[in-house]
Design a protein around this ligand. Structure first.
Ligand code: MSP
Length: 529
């Protein structure tokens, strides 16, 4: 376990934690395997890449808190002509370029507090070897055959298309022109699995959200063609073991990462035996087809269990015409974290856009979200409550026998209901709603302060007991909301939980610096322009 992971667990446990009681316990099965797609190291990383990873990280953290043994896997997809071309255009060797990009994405995950358990690079020896084994097995059992490919090829997407799939004679994915391709290559008998794939997608919960199902069903119903899975003119790829002038075309190589990462095809399959099939594979909507048709097709051929769920999330739209070169750096995650904190970036990515839908990113929306929810609501609740508890009780607040009033019960009920509510939202992968419900509790607690007016109670000796009840309720709201926030936001909620000093029913507050600084949106926007 990494140091930070250890600390997280410790802090949560010490503070009457999520893992002990507040998050509903797990369902008896204690392993959980979640993956992101592996990223193409062709350009600079932007917050769109962070979107998938931060959402998976929050889910992985949440499951760890519930007591699951989690493997959260991510990595880089390093083969294909495109990366080789990018490296050449920079005057670098392909390997040097890839090493630098892989280091850079690991750095990005570090500043975003991404606690992955496995990081795979498809140029790793063990992966290449296992992929060759997989390919050989498929060939030996007749799922791969050699033939001539004649059709259309999109070089940027490295995708083959049938004429019927083209849109205005261009690639249906990137809309760029395709070239005629005629070459000998190896094919995967995807057509063999058409009926099983149709059944999988139409009659099970394999693909979510439901809105992505129809498109895949229609695609399969049009008839699945066998798939060209090798190239003879792409040198930067895994060679076909028995026919080295062919290299494996990216998808068989890339998709296999999800099992090779666990040791499939190696001597040590302990992790694979324990963690496969994956519980959740999260992908962007543009690669749902690969993950719900080609990937289960390959697994069916290998006679392996299928992932329990593939979730196709929407896109974060990076400003469209509003995105100018001079503004470009505002969407750079390194800059955003450095300027506004890791909590701010993670919060935006988890909260702003409902997970299945598309949504726009603008600096203005990002800053407003941060100011409204983190500064004004959560941060403000914590600082007001800490200040009053320190002033009036030297920071020591116990659950006293002071009279409970009807205004208290609504807040107490909301506090008690929160863990279950969050749990339900997380189960449905609705992380945005989970966060909304936590911030709603903080809003209610702020309103409770306005209504109970603790600053007036503090003025009279005879209302001291009542003041204590009010502050205790507020600290409970802070404790529960911080616990619930801690899988999502990695910085401040943990500090708050520590500073609450909760034990044996008593809060013994410690010093806590201001959580979040308000940002002047206008001036930030004018600086960015
Ligand atoms: N290498 C393939 C995946 C192979 S998985 C076996 C790939 N890589 S990618 O770098 O292009 O994209 C990786 C992920 O980042 C995808 O899930 C994609 O949707 C996500 N995002 C990249 N830009 C994005 C946005 N602007 N918004 C949300 N997610 C997006 O595809």
């Amino acid at each position: 376990m990494s140091k930070s992971k250890e600390n997280l667990q410790e802090n949560l446990c010490e503070s009457n934690s999520l893992c002990e009681c507040e998050i509903a316990p797990n369902d008896g099965k204690n392993s959980y395997y979640i993956t992101t797609p592996i990223y193409y190291p062709s350009g600079d990383w932007h917050i769109g890449h962070c979107y998938t990873t931060v959402n998976c990280d929050a889910l992985a953290r949440y499951k760890r808190c519930k007591g699951y043994q989690v493997i959260f896997g991510t990595g880089t997809d390093e083969h294909g002509q495109k990366v080789a071309d990018v490296a050449a255009s920079k005057g670098l060797s392909t390997q040097t370029h890839l090493d630098e990009r892989a280091e850079n994405i690991k750095q990005l995950w570090k500043i975003l507090d991404i606690e992955y358990d496995m990081f795979i690079r498809t140029t790793d020896d063990y992966h290449c070897k296992a992929v060759q084994e997989i390919f050989l097995q498929l060939y030996n059992q007749g799922d791969i055959y050699k033939s001539n490919y004649e059709g259309k090829y999109c070089t940027p997407c490295e995708s083959f298309w049938t004429p019927a799939q083209l849109v205005d004679d261009c690639c249906p994915d990137c809309k760029r022109p395709v070239i005629d391709s005629c070459e000998e290559c190896y094919f995967f008998r995807l057509s063999r699995y058409q009926d099983r794939l149709l059944d999988l997608i139409s009659n099970t919960d394999f693909l979510a959200p439901q809105s992505r199902v129809n498109e895949m069903v229609n695609f399969i119903k049009e008839g699945l063609q066998d798939l060209a899975v090798t190239r003879s003119n792409v040198k930067w790829g895994i060679p076909v073991p028995w026919d080295e002038k062919h290299t494996l075309y990216v998808w068989v190589d890339a998709l296999s990462n999800y099992i090779t990462m666990l040791g499939y095809g190696s001597d040590d399959t302990t992790k694979f035996d324990k963690f496969w099939p994956a519980d959740l594979q999260v992908v962007g909507k543009e690669i749902v087809r690969f993950h719900t048709i080609i990937w289960p097709g390959i697994l069916m051929a290998l006679k392996l269990p299928l992932p329990k769920k593939v979730y196709g999330h929407g896109w974060l739209l990076l400003g469209g015409d509003k995105m100018s070169k001079s503004k470009g750096n505002t969407a750079n995650p390194f800059d955003l974290v450095a300027k506004y904190s890791v909590d701010a970036v993670r919060y935006y990515l988890l909260r702003e856009v409902p997970f299945g839908a598309d949504g726009a990113y603008t600096l203005e929306m990002f800053l407003n979200r941060y100011n409204t929810d983190l500064v004004n609501t959560y941060g403000n609740l914590v600082s007001r409550t800490f200040a009053m508890a320190n002033q009036n009780f030297d920071g020591i607040i116990s659950k006293d026998d002071g009279q409970c009033e009807s205004i208290d019960s609504a807040l107490v009920e909301q506090i008690e209901n929160l863990p279950k509510l969050v749990d339900e939202f997380v189960d449905n992968l609705n992380l945005s709603k989970a966060l909304e419900s936590i911030i709603n509790l903080c809003q209610s607690a702020n309103k409770y302060i306005d209504e109970t007016k603790p600053w007036l109670l503090a003025k009279q000796q005879q209302s001291k007991a009542r003041l204590q009840v009010v502050l205790y309720n507020l600290l409970q709201a802070i404790k529960i909301s911080s616990q619930q926030l801690s899988p999502f936001l990695t910085e401040k909620p943990i500090q708050v939980l520590k500073a609450l000093g909760f034990g044996d029913g008593v809060y013994r507050l410690q010093t806590l610096d201001k959580l979040y600084d308000r940002v002047d949106v206008k001036s930030e926007l004018s600086k960015a322009n």
